[in-house]
Design a protein around this ligand. Structure first.
Ligand code: NAP
Length: 251
């Protein structure tokens, strides 16, 4: 099945659905006229119409009109929605729940997504989803048990990275550099380091070792980070967010 012939539906038309739809449209994976979104109010639907997508207040219509359907309501709404749409779900549907795992930021820019498939989703469906979501960034299929870990690593992880970027820049401000310039250099530094990690596939410890001249500036700085237990603190943060995501999924 060609991606361009796809009809993509969204049940729930808020921030997550909007971010994903923008990614798919920008990458021209699907024409706007083949996208249908539903929500009870017009609050979010107006923006969808402006970008050429079709909208409805009827969730069943989304199922009737679409092959690939993203469920993008808040988690506590989802059980009722599932009950409502169940009669319209057929074997041709690929149903993807966004109910946990990634932030809007992740979808729009940071671009790291994972998905797990249910027992009736086959290789063809997984390949199609991967091809579509890859237009919004890195996309990997994982076992379901990794979904909450992904929230702790990436969904929430963007916030840890911002905190680190802020601290980097403030260090430079402390030493006399203007804040705006320091922020831009901090962002560029993170981008460059991330690109090298992805391009080389090297373990970060190896890359870090490579930039440490014996007796040089970097090893002196790293010693301070070790004294502040940066690594243990970040590991604790990922653990805390993963556990919180797990608890929220069980609520
Ligand atoms: N775990 C994570 O890291 C993470 C992070 C962010 C989001 N998410 C998940 O992504 C999902 C969506 O979040 P969001 O931030 O996009 O929420 P949102 O902006 O509040 O959007 C929710 C959408 O659902 C619609 N809706 C409400 N009741 C509905 C119903 N009965 N049938 C159909 N649509 C209905 C809302 O309609 P109106 O437009 O009329 O209000 C709105 O368009 C949630 O499940 C959330 O958990 C997960």
């Amino acid at each position: 099945m060609e991606a361009v012939e796809l009809r993509v539906g969204f049940v729930g038309a808020g921030r997550m659905a909007g971010g994903l739809a923008r990614g798919l449209l920008r990458a021209e994976k699907v024409p706007a006229s083949n996208v249908l979104a539903s929500a009870p109010s017009d609050k979010n639907l107006d923006a969808w119409q402006e970008s050429g997508c079709r909208t409805t207040h009827c969730n069943l219509e989304v199922l009737q009109e679409s092959t690939l359907v993203f469920l993008a309501t808040k988690p506590h709404i989802l059980p009722g929605v599932l009950q409502e749409i169940r009669p319209a779900v057929g074997p041709h549907h690929i149903i993807v729940s966004l109910a946990a795992g990634v932030t809007l930021q992740t979808l729009q820019r940071a671009g790291a997504m994972v998905f797990a498939r249910g027992s009736s989703a086959g290789d063809r469906e997984a390949a199609l989803l991967k091809s579509l979501l890859s237009s919004c960034g890195l996309c990997e299929e994982v076992p379901e048990s990794y979904i909450n870990i992904h929230t702790g690593l990436s969904g929430s992880g963007v916030a840890y990275v911002y905190l680190f970027a802020e601290a980097l820049a403030e260090g430079a401000v402390k030493m006399g550099m203007p804040g705006g310039l320091a922020s831009r250099i901090a962002a560029q530094t993170l981008l460059g380091a991330a690109k090298i990690m992805l391009e080389t596939g090297e373990h970060p410890a190896k890359l870090r070792g490579d930039v440490c001249t014996p007796g040089g500036t970097t090893i002196h700085a790293l010693h301070q980070l070790e004294k502040g237990a940066l690594r243990a603190t970040v590991m604790n943060a990922v653990e805390a967010a993963t556990n919180r995501a797990r608890d929220m999924a069980e609520d």
